[in-house]
Design a protein around this ligand. Structure first.
Ligand SMILES: NCCCC[C@H](NC(=O)[C@@H](N)CCCCN)C(=O)O
Length: 465
């Protein structure tokens, strides 16, 4: 009997949680590097003679957006998903980590190399950047490919180990640990750079070292992955588990066929999740980029304190994302959680748009509500994908969702920046963000209806009793 229960490695609680923490650590180091330069703008825009890099805010904006450039314009995320489904977790994960390390190495060279006054210029499109920004952006774009492909690989790994167990809790913990990487970068990068004489390269080098450790931990994970596959093979060989064999057959990485992609594209539930992801994340990540200035302009918060109010959001999600994930595992109602989170997003932006109660304490309350919304939707949305899409297509499915999301993450901030220039009261931009929330509510309602019709099980608990 014991032999039956413990027939594959993922049935061991210790093994699957160890696997989770190993790959979540890799992802955390990736998120650290993603945001390590965000608090360093004050050092980047100093003149070269004063120890800075002489970047303008436009140069910085281009650098920040370069994360998604190769992913979006060269369709790298789309190909990344196919590579994952075709070549498997171990190959793709190592490739992704390798790309992240190469990317950060180039970025480090960009911010520490001596380029003098040289510039990178494309005269036919009237484009010019300091050479340091151009090199750093190239590195960040390569890193972005690795980081997003690593993200879809980790999602597939978690699904592989946790299906039928604590899937949403595991995904929630992974996202929470990733947010810890973001929070660590936001809080630690500037003091760390200042401790090294204001050198931008110091925190980037720290991130590079952490990333290499993250890469090594992924290599350790591949050993576990091999063992899991071996235990699955052994279970397949046992006659009495004929029924399970059919399920396991469906789960092998080798079974991917391009023609199967039409299953993804023709799936209405998948498109609802894609749209929800695009709308919801467009209302959160780009908002965070403008939130500090909003606090100063509309809520009278001092410059020193203004950044700490939006930082309540990633901190709040640390605890709440696993909590809501565990709720989804035990009682289900995933689509309802997404609806509630979307409604909260719309309400928060509506309140920001109409400028009532212009006090710092009120902004804190609103930001906490946004933090709850930012925990509700991701904790229910990501674990819902495996309920709609079979395992062998999961890499491609996550990649397409990430791809569509990246378009919003790249274009919305550029658009909102222009809108704020024309209307510095933030009424227009907050109304646009509110519009994303309202549209997310509509899509969530549609998802609930589609789920009822197609029986995806989005409202069911993940843990099989
Ligand atoms: N199991 C999927 C987890 C996704 C977490 C999600 N990340 C993303 O959506 C990334 N594509 C983009 C992250 C960009 C910010 N650095 C998240 O909520 O972080």
């Amino acid at each position: 009997m014991t032999e039956k229960i413990q027939r594959i490695l993922s049935d061991s609680k210790g093994a699957r949680w160890t696997a989770l923490f190993i790959v979540a650590f890799t992802m955390m180091t990736g998120y650290f590097i993603t945001d390590v330069m965000s608090p360093l703008e004050v050092l980047l825009d100093k003149p070269v003679a004063a120890g800075g890099l002489g970047w303008t805010s436009d140069d910085y904006g281009f650098f920040a957006g370069s994360y998604g450039l190769i992913n979006v314009f060269l369709l790298m995320l789309f190909f990344g998903g196919i590579i994952l489904d075709k070549m498997g977790i171990r190959f793709t994960g190592i490739m992704a980590c390798g790309l992240m390390v190469i990317g950060v190495f180039i970025k480090y060279y960009g911010v520490t190399g001596d380029f003098g006054d040289s510039r990178f210029t494309l005269s036919f499109v009237n484009f010019s950047l300091p050479m340091s920004a151009a090199v750093a952006s190239l590195g960040f774009a390569i890193f972005g490919v690795g980081c997003e492909i690593c993200g879809i690989t980790v999602s597939k790994i978690i699904t592989k180990w946790f299906t039928g167990h604590e899937l949403a809790l595991a995904m929630g913990i992974q996202v929470a640990l990733a947010r810890l990487g973001t929070a660590g970068a936001m809080m630690g990068a500037l003091p760390f750079a200042k401790a090294f004489g204001g050198k931008v390269g110091a925190p980037v080098l720290l991130g590079l070292v952490l990333l290499v450790i993250g890469f090594l931990s992924f290599i350790v994970y591949t050993v576990m992955d091999k063992k899991l596959d071996k235990s699955v093979e052994e279970a397949k060989g046992e006659k009495e588990f004929e029924k399970e064999k059919e399920t396991l057959d469906e789960e092998t990485d080798d079974d991917f066929h391009f023609r199967d992609l039409k299953y993804i594209f023709s799936n209405p539930g998948f498109w609802c999740i894609c749209l929800l992801c695009l709308l919801f994340y467009s209302g959160v990540f780009p908002f965070l980029k403008f939130a500090t200035k909003l606090m100063i302009a509309n809520y009278g918060v001092s410059e020193d304190m203004a950044g700490s109010i939006p930082s309540l959001i990633p901190f709040g999600t640390l605890l709440l994302t696993p909590l809501f994930g565990s709720l989804y595992d035990r009682i289900g109602k995933g689509a309802t959680l997404m609806l509630i989170g979307s409604a909260m997003l719309a309400a928060v932006h509506f309140i920001f748009a109409i400028h009532i109660l212009p006090y710092g304490w009120f902004a804190v309350i609103i930001m906490i509500i946004l933090g709850v919304a930012f925990s509700l939707v991701p904790s229910a949305m990501w674990p819902s994908v495996p309920k709609i899409i079979p395992m062998k297509l999961l890499g491609s499915a996550y990649a397409i969702i990430f791809y569509i999301q990246n378009i919003g993450l790249a274009l919305v901030p550029m658009f909102i920046g222009k809108v704020n220039g024309a209307d510095p009261s933030y009424t227009t931009s907050m109304s646009i963000f509110c519009g994303f929330g309202v549209a997310a509510v509509v899509i969530s309602l549609l998802l609930i209806a589609v789920d009822k019709k197609k029986h995806y099980g989005l409202q069911d608990a993940n843990i099989k009793k």
